[in-house]
Design a protein around this ligand. Structure first.
Ligand SMILES: Nc1nc2c(c(=O)[nH]1)N[C@H]1C(S)=C(S)[C@@H](COP(=O)(O)O)O[C@H]1N2
Ligand SMILES: [Mo]
Length: 248
């Protein structure tokens, strides 16, 4: 134990984590070193230890994620108006995607890689949901989104649903990714509408992923390309240390 990192150096942060684990999951920090499966060495930087914890947290969250547990749905009266805009740049810089030559790219572990035009996406079965979007920056808002159940879309393109991840690339070079269980969740939708009309530029025209079981940053807007893969695609915020699973 001598050359192990002394976790007591980070007591306040760890106490908070311990409390959260205990409250939310009935786990304790005592089990952490056993469960991480990584030896925390003396030379390890604190950020590496925290990354290791975050990856361990992903595994615990993925194990506890239920494909059947639904995010709460709300009524029209609950809708936040105006709905907030957020991106890693100001609204004026949001990408203007041309609807007429939009062609959603498909790659990876799928049978049919034919790109999708907007009329073809609109011809698929559509659903609508009123759910809460929660941003890691400390705000949340209730909105209405409409579009194609993503599970249906994945089946339609012959995706290998045993693959681990679905990755997204956006018109503004934003990227994100989902685990397959979340991609197949009944409330995950390939959204084309916001508040009953085609998505405005602010909220991701012409298409975004609406994932009410995930934090806002895992809801990519202006999606141009989708890939099904076993190699963790990461993402814009995921790669900067935001917890990858980020359930809400
Ligand atoms: N393409 C793209 N998608 C994105 C982002 C972005 O900067 N670019 N920001 C994410 C974050 S952090 C949030 S909170 C939501 C904001 O979505 P909204 O503008 O519809 O509220 O979009 C997510 N998806
Ligand atoms: Mo966010």
């Amino acid at each position: 134990m001598k050359n192990r990192l002394d976790l007591r150096d980070h007591a306040p942060a760890l106490r908070r984590l311990d409390r959260r684990l205990l409250l939310r999951r009935g786990l304790s920090l005592g089990s952490l070193s056993l469960l991480t499966g990584c030896n925390l060495q003396d030379g390890d930087r604190v950020d590496r230890v925290l990354w290791a914890m975050s990856r361990w947290n992903d595994r615990v969250q993925a194990a506890l994620f239920s494909p059947h547990r639904l995010a709460p749905e709300y009524t029209r009266r609950d809708i936040t108006d105006p709905f907030p805009f957020n991106a890693f740049y100001p609204l004026d810089d949001a990408p203007e995607v041309d609807a007429s030559d939009y062609a959603l790219e498909i790659s990876g572990l799928v049978q049919d890689r034919t790109p999708w035009s907007l009329p073809r996406l609109r011809a698929l079965p559509q659903v609508s949901q009123i759910t809460r979007h929660i941003c890691i920056e400390g705000w949340s808002a209730i909105g209405q989104w409409g579009g194609v159940p993503f599970r249906h879309f994945l089946q339609r393109i012959g995706a290998d649903t045993r693959a681990r991840y679905v990755g997204f690339r956006c018109a503004d070079r934003y990227t994100s990714s989902l685990d397959m269980a979340t991609a197949l969740h009944p409330q995950t939708i390939l959204a084309l509408d916001h508040a009953g009309s085609p998505l405005p530029v602010a909220y991701g025209f012409p298409m975004k992923l609406r994932v009410p079981t995930k934090l806002g940053f895992k809801n990519p807007k202006h999606v141009m390309a989708i890939t099904v893969t076993n190699d963790d695609p990461g993402g814009y915020w995921e790669d900067q240390g935001y917890n990858w699973f980020s359930g809400s």
